[in-house]
Design a protein around this ligand. Structure first.
Ligand SMILES: Nc1ncnc2c1ncn2[C@@H]1O[C@H](COP(=O)(O)OP(=O)(O)OP(=O)(O)O)[C@@H](O)[C@H]1O
Length: 231
């Protein structure tokens, strides 16, 4: 099992604006090494903005605050974003020298041994997302940022991907920040589930530790502004 670096991920007083619209408003967040955190929030609440800030991909926003992240950060999105003119293995090890063997191992870990020389368009959506996962893991990230990574997949593939992600995270122990709309996905996967509202973290639940799943789900839905009748 990989050991973690002991590096705490820390966000303090993070503000992000698009024009005059303040999306993140003095947000504070800490993620422990190896911790799996899921982030829920209504559409437009700023989840992707926070993730992009952590990834250093937010040049289009203004603001301030301090962010401490490990050197190795990987990001996966809803779409796999593979290069269509590169074979699967080449996509996995893109920009890495002499990493073919590691790339093959990563592909085997995500269940795609034997598909190294396939082109991305020969793979299903779920398989392409597995390649994206392999491409992230081969870089041995200490923080994995995932923005709705299963949002475009059918329900069955989604469940399979949950199992795969959990297994890979247990093995490699990166810290994870998973942005999702799906309360049940968040509860199933994360050590800690956060709700983002009005630019700050407004609720926190720890599914593994206390309370029944039904109670945790109800608390999260309440924090998201979903009433009992709607849920
Ligand atoms: N590049 C941009 N320029 C201007 N406004 C933006 C930009 N990116 C995001 N926004 C605005 O910032 C707000 C937060 O967007 P963000 O994508 O972070 O929300 P989200 O919580 O991830 O939403 P969703 O769940 O719908 O994906 C939205 O109102 C959005 O319109």
């Amino acid at each position: 099992m990989a050991t973690d670096t002991g590096e705490l991920i820390r966000v303090s007083g993070l503000t992000r604006r698009y024009g005059t619209r303040t999306v993140l408003d003095g947000l504070d967040l800490e993620i422990a090494p190896g911790e799996f955190v899921a982030l829920l929030g209504r559409s437009g609440s700023g989840k992707s903005t926070l993730l992009r800030a952590l990834a250093g991909l937010d040049d289009d926003a203004s603001g301030d605050g301090a962010i401490t992240v490990p050197a190795q950060v990987s990001v996966i999105f809803q779409d796999a974003r593979l290069l269509p003119w590169q074979r699967v293995l080449d996509n996995v090890v893109l920009g890495m020298d002499g990493a073919e063997e590691k790339g093959r191992r990563s592909l085997a870990e995500v269940g795609l041994a034997g598909r190294e020389r396939a082109w991305p368009n020969e793979l299903s959506g779920g398989e392409q997302q597995r390649v994206a996962l392999a491409r992230s893991l081969v870089r041995e990230p200490r923080l994995l940022l995932a923005d709705e990574p299963f949002g475009a997949l059918d329900a069955l593939t989604r469940i399979k991907m949950h199992g795969l992600l959990r297994r890979l995270v247990e093995q490699h122990r990166p810290a994870v920040l998973l942005v999702t709309h799906d309360v049940d996905e968040a509860i199933a996967l994360a050590d800690r589930v956060l709700v983002l509202e009005n630019g700050k973290i407004t609720a926190e639940q720890r599914p593994g530790e206390t309370g029944s799943t039904a109670k945790i789900r109800a608390e999260l839905l309440r924090a998201l502004g979903v009433t009992g009748e709607e849920s």
